[in-house]
Design a protein around this ligand. Structure first.
Ligand code: ARG
Length: 460
C-alpha cells in the first residue's frame, strides 16, 4: 500500500496501525470543506507562480469531479485513504496526473485539517444557532397563547409564588439567548485561517496566507504558525457552548417530565411527540423530554473528554488532536436532534391551565403579599414576616382558614384577606422583570427585539 510517506519507509503499515490511525470513517463528513480548502490553496499557488494556470485549471477540475463523486456516493475509497485529506489528494492526482501531485505544495495535513475543521465548525455553529432561535420562536408563541394563565413558581421544587406561564416559558427563552450568544462568540473566534502554517513553521516558498484566508471567507489569517496548527480552542469553546445549551434543554426536559405526570397534570403531550409502553396499556411517556435530560450528560462528557486530551500536549501538532472531531460532530448531531424533537413537543403539547391555576391558588402562595401589605403600612419586613409566619402556622395547626385568621387579625383585616383570592397574587407582581402581566408584556416585547437582534447577527 502506498502511504503518503512511502519514500522514507521500507515496509508498509500494519493492519493494527491502520485500524487505530485511520480517521476516514468520521472525517469524511468534512469533504466539502477539504475540497474548498484545496481550491483556495491551488488558486493561491497559481497567483504566486508556484503552479501554472493550466495545472491549476486541471486540479480545480479534478477537485470538482472529486467533490461530485463524494457527494453522490460514487467515490471509491481505497485502503490507503487514511483520512479525507489523503483520499481527496489521491483522487485528484489520479484525475489530474502530475498537476495533481503539485496540490500539496507548501501545505501539510496539519494546517489542512485545522482549516477544514474550522470551516465545518463555522457553518455548523451558525446552523445550530438558527435552530435554537426557531425553538425560541416556539417558546415565544406558546407564551403568547398562554395569556394570563399562571402556575406555581417553585424553589426547592416546593410551591413558592404564582408566576405567569408566559414568564416561565420566557425564562427558558432568555437562557437560550445566552446560548446563541455563546455559540456565535465561539464562531467569531473560530473565524481565523490556519492555512499556510504548513506542518508547524511556515514555508520557504512564497505562499500568501492572507489571500487564502480571504478566498475562504475567513475574517483573518493566523499570526503564529505553531499556534495555528495546535489551536483547538474553537472546538473546546463550541463543546462548552453546546454542553451548556444541553443543560438548558435538560432543564426544560425535566420540567416537562414533571408537568406530564398525573400528580402535576400541567400538560398533555401530543401523540406524535410521546411514546407508549410495550406492557402497560395506559402509559404515555415523555421520552423526548427524558432524552433532552439524558443527552446533556453525553455533551458534558464530550467537553471534558476533549479538554483532557488537550491538557497533556506540547506544541505543535500531535496525533491526539485527531480526537477532536468525533466529540464535536456528535455534540452537534445530538443538539440538532434534541432541539428538533423538543421543539415539536413544546409546539404541540396542551397546557392544562385550570390544573395550573388550582395548584397555584393555595392561599399560602400569597403569604408574601400579606407581609408586603404590612410593609406598605410601615412595619419592618422582619416583623411582618414573623406576623404572617405565625398566622400560617396557626392555619396549618387547624385554628382556622388562613383567610379567616387574616381577616380577624387587627394588623391585617378583611382588606388584606382579599389578597388571598385566586389569581390576585400573580397580578401584584409589578416590578420590572417580574412575573405578573404588566412586566411580562414588556418582557415579551424585549424578547422579540432580542430574537430580531439574534437573526441579524446570524446573517452577519
Ligand atoms: N487525520 C489527521 C487528524 O485528524 C489529519 C492530520 C494528520 N497529520 C499528521 N501529521 N499525521 O488530525
Amino acid at each position: 500500500m502506498a502511504t503518503l510517506w512511502h519514500g522514507r519507509f521500507e515496509g508498509g503499515p500494519s493492519e493494527a496501525l491502520q485500524a487505530l490511525n485511520n480517521s476516514l470513517a468520521f472525517d469524511r463528513r468534512m469533504f466539502r470543506e477539504d475540497v474548498d480548502g484545496s481550491r483556495a490553496h491551488v488558486r493561491m499557488l497559481a497567483r504566486v507562480g508556484l503552479m501554472s494556470a493550466t495545472d491549476a485549471d486541471s486540479v480545480l477540475e479534478a477537485l470538482d469531479t472529486t467533490e461530485a463523486e463524494l457527494s453522490d456516493g460514487s467515490f471509491t475509497f481505497v485502503v490507503s485513504d487514511e483520512d479525507i485529506h489523503t483520499a481527496v489528494e489521491r483522487r485528484v492526482t489520479e484525475l489530474a496526473g502530475e498537476a495533481g501531485a503539485r496540490l500539496h505544495t507548501g501545505r501539510s495535513r496539519n494546517d489542512q485539517v485545522a482549516t477544514d475543521l474550522r470551516l465545518w465548525t463555522l457553518r455548523e455553529l451558525t446552523d445550530l444557532s438558527a435552530l435554537v432561535t426557531s425553538f425560541q420562536d416556539t417558546l415565544a408563541s406558546r407564551a403568547d397563547d398562554a395569556g394570563e394563565a399562571y402556575l406555581p413558581g417553585y424553589t426547592h421544587l416546593q410551591q413558592a409564588q404564582p408566576v405567569l406561564l408566559a414568564h416561565q416559558l420566557l425564562a427558558h427563552g432568555w437562557a437560550l439567548s445566552r446560548d446563541v450568544d455563546r455559540l456565535l462568540d465561539a464562531r467569531d473566534r473560530a473565524d481565523v485561517s490556519p492555512l499556510g502554517a504548513g506542518a508547524l513553521a511556515g514555508s520557504s516558498l512564497p505562499l500568501d496566507p492572507d489571500s487564502v484566508a480571504a478566498d475562504l471567507g475567513f475574517a483573518a489569517r493566523f499570526e503564529n504558525s505553531l499556534d495555528a496548527v495546535s489551536d483547538r480552542d474553537f472546538v473546546a469553546e463550541a463543546l462548552f457552548a453546546l454542553a451548556l445549551l444541553g443543560v438548558h434543554l435538560s432543564r426544560i426536559g425535566e420540567e416537562l417530565v414533571l408537568w406530564s405526570t398525573d400528580e402535576f397534570g400541567f400538560v398533555d403531550l401530543d401523540d406524535a411527540f410521546s411514546t407508549g409502553s410495550s406492557m402497560l396499556p395506559q402509559k404515555k411517556n415523555p421520552d423526548i423530554a427524558e432524552l433532552a435530560r439524558g443527552k446533556a450528560g453525553r455533551l458534558v462528557g464530550h467537553l471534558t473528554g476533549l479538554l483532557t486530551s488537550l491538557k497533556g500536549l506540547p506544541l505543535a501538532y500531535n496525533k491526539d488532536l485527531q480526537e477532536d472531531k468525533e466529540p464535536l460532530f456528535d455534540a452537534c448531531d445530538t443538539i440538532r436532534l434534541t432541539l428538533l424533537a423538543l421543539d415539536g413537543m413544546v409546539s404541540t403539547l396542551v397546557f392544562q391551565t385550570d390544573r395550573m391555576a388550582e395548584a397555584a391558588d393555595s392561599p399560602y402562595a400569597a403569604a408574601i403579599d400579606l407581609a408586603e401589605h404590612l410593609v406598605a403600612a410601615g412595619m419592618p419586613f422582619r416583623d411582618a414576616h414573623a406576623v404572617v409566619g405565625a398566622l400560617v402556622r396557626a392555619a396549618l395547626a387547624g385554628e382556622g382558614s388562613l383567610a379567616d385568621l387574616v381577616a380577624a387579625d387587627e394588623r391585617l383585616g378583611p382588606e388584606a384577606a382579599d389578597l388571598l383570592d385566586p389569581g390576585t397574587a400573580v397580578r401584584r407582581r409589578t416590578t420590572p422583570g417580574g412575573a405578573g402581566p404588566g412586566p411580562v408584556a414588556i418582557q415579551r416585547d424585549r424578547f422579540s427585539e432580542q430574537l430580531a437582534a439574534q437573526r441579524t447577527r446570524l446573517l452577519a
